[in-house]
Design a protein around this ligand. Structure first.
Ligand SMILES: *Cc1c(COP(=O)(O)O)cnc(C)c1O
Length: 346
């Protein structure tokens, strides 16, 4: 019997478990465009309450929740402040220009994280005809490009203080916010006091097949519901998908600690290999590392592929491993052995 493929490309590759599928099968449903799907409403309420915010909006993807939030917080001639490798800038097809007609102020961060001082310095002077209007700051926690790095609560509080004092809205791209919460021990409900809106992905570490929720005040979510409709994101009996989210919030959060431990184990083995130049600090479920020039990234990935292991190329000589629900300890052992046996091409 051949061994199962070990897919470390992303935490989006997980398949719904049998228990999650059962929850989906039994979900009560209704037409969610009429706001009559009880399971969607429950997911929106439960998620909002968890983060200390009033209301939620279930959407097909994290790109949509981010882009809806940005559209709702800005108008054309606005400027959005974010870190230069932020997902909202780098991996959402330039959607901020397309949907919102806004420009962007890009800050060089520390593994994807910016400081309050950097943010404040990027705010444009008001009442100057030359400038766009700075009215939104977007943070990402954990930072994807930063290798799963987490913000401290103090750092978030000081950025929120700048946002409030200078009259800017603050949005969180929390695609992997539960990884950050589990890794740092921070409380979800503390986030609501700092952020005007939060996007949470259910289809990353939490392991659902589809969906993200956007959280904010009642008035904000009311505005976002119309923007979701114009983007074509109004869904009908979406309760079967929301049920997977509710199941995940209950069963798949604490176990993220296992993913984090496994990423650490991979990091330790990687750091000891002669063909690895550098491993970024590992805080959550992402392990990003740089190969020495003797081991071209293509050759590395091809050798892994031969052993049934998949990973992502993440820039020149950079590779990303992601641990998730569908990678267990036996698989991690197989990856470790393979890494120790790889040969540098002659
Ligand atoms: C995955 C991800 C998103 C949203 O991605 P979708 O594939 O559209 O759900 C947003 N931000 C970050 C940081 C991500 O990693």
């Amino acid at each position: 019997m051949s061994e199962p493929i070990i897919d470390l490309r992303s935490d989006t590759v997980t398949r719904p478990s049998a228990a999650m599928l059962q929850a989906m099968l039994h979900a009560p449903t209704g037409d969610d465009v009429y706001e009559e799907d009880p399971t969607v409403r429950e997911l929106e309420e439960v998620s909002a309450a968890r983060f200390g915010l009033e209301a939620g909006l279930f959407c097909p993807s994290g790109t949509m929740t981010n882009q809806i939030a940005i559209k709702a917080h800005t108008e054309p001639l606005s400027e959005v402040i974010c870190e230069q490798t932020a997902h909202v800038y780098l991996w959402e097809v330039g959607g901020i220009a397309f949907h919102s007609g806004a420009s962007m102020a890009l800050l060089p961060g520390d593994r994807g994280r910016v400081t309050a001082a950097q943010v404040e310095a990027a705010i444009r002077p008001a009442n100057n005809v030359h400038y766009p209007t700075s009215n939104l700051i977007c943070l990402e926690n954990t930072s994807n490009r930063g290798g799963g790095s987490c913000y401290s609560m103090e750092a978030l509080a000081s950025i929120a203080e700048v946002a409030k004092r200078r009259g800017l809205a603050l949005h969180l791209d929390g695609a992997r916010i539960f990884n950050a919460l589990v890794a740092t021990g921070q409380k979800a409900e503390d986030y609501g006091q700092y952020f005007d809106s939060i996007s949470v992905c259910l289809s990353k570490g939490l392991g659902t097949p589809v969906g993200s929720v956007l959280l904010g005040s009642k008035a904000f979510i009311h505005k976002c519901r119309r923007i979701r409709k114009v983007m074509g994101g109004g869904m009908r009996q979406a309760g079967i998908l929301a049920a997977a989210g509710l199941y995940a919030l209950e069963h798949n959060v604490e176990r993220l600690a296992d993913d984090h431990r496994r990423a650490q184990e991979l990091g330790a083995v990687l750091a000891a290999q002669p063909y690895v130049a550098e491993v970024l600090p590992i805080e959550t479920n992402l392990a990003i590392f740089r190969l020495r020039d003797e081991m071209p990234a293509d050759a590395f990935l091809a050798q892994l592929e031969q052993q049934g292991i998949r990973a992502s190329s993440f820039g020149p000589q950079m590779i990303r491993f992601v641990t998730h629900l569908d990678v267990d300890d036996t698989m991690i052992e197989r990856v470790k052995t393979t890494l120790q046996e790889l040969s540098v091409p002659a």
